[in-house]
Design a binder for this molecule. Structure first.
Ligand code: 5GP
Length: 195
């Protein structure tokens, strides 16, 4: 696999990375396209098949693992698998796009390892675990149990921030958006051997 640039935004759930990724997708000059992940978790709210995720049954997901269809995959929460399909990245590269990912910390670092020069891996840091709790509760798409599961994972994920190329502190959204824009623009305009 070879192609354009890969931009990864990883962060604990509720850090605001999805908002940042959506903002960047709206900036035409960056020529970004979103990598739609596959997941075995059920659809939430207004999510659509093929737009937010490729929703797969647990057995279909596992079959795709067996037949080596994933660039990376993780059991992010118990029985909730998430993964980046090789075919998705190849499809977007074939369109001449740079690919942007909203994926978990382990998956993000795995892609960075596979494509070190082509990848910008950004960690989005929430103001605090307490603030994260408030944001997840406000979103109110999940049960308390699920929220607590996400909070527990967040503490572990925060420790991986130094392994990323850059860390954006999302304390003030406008500042975080500007920082993300500048980082990604600089990386995309930077020549690499692959381009
Ligand atoms: P959610 O259930 O809130 O949509 O996502 C839960 C977590 O899974 C988030 O941290 C999200 O970034 C991560 N995630 C989404 N897609 C992928 C993927 O393809 N691979 C990995 N490793 N994580 C993913």
């Amino acid at each position: 696999m070879k192609g354009g640039k890969l931009i990864i935004f990883s962060a604990p759930s509720g850090s605001g990375k999805t908002t940042i990724v959506r903002h960047l997708l709206g900036i035409e000059e960056l020529n970004l396209a979103f990598s739609v992940s596959a997941t075995s978790r059920p659809k939430r709210g207004k999510e659509k098949q093929g737009i937010h995720y490729y929703f797969l049954s647990l057995s279909d997901f596992k079959n795709n693992i067996k037949s080596d269809k994933f660039l990376e995959w993780e059991e992010v929460y118990r029985d909730n698998f998430y993964g980046t399909l090789k075919s998705e990245v190849e499809r977007l590269w074939a369109e001449g796009k740079n690919v942007i990912f909203d994926i978990d910390v382990a998956g993000g670092l795995r892609i960075k390892k596979k494509f070190p020069d082509q990848t910008l891996a950004v960690f989005v840091k929430p103001p605090s675990i307490d603030e994260l709790k408030i944001r997840l509760k406000k979103r109110s798409t999940e049960s308390d149990d699920k929220i607590n599961m996400r909070i527990a994972k967040a503490s572990v994920e925060l420790a991986t921030a130094p392994q990323f190329d850059a860390v954006i502190k999302n304390y003030d959204l406008d500042i975080a958006l500007k920082e993300a824009e500048e980082l990604v623009a600089e990386f995309i305009n930077r020549p690499t051997e692959a381009n």
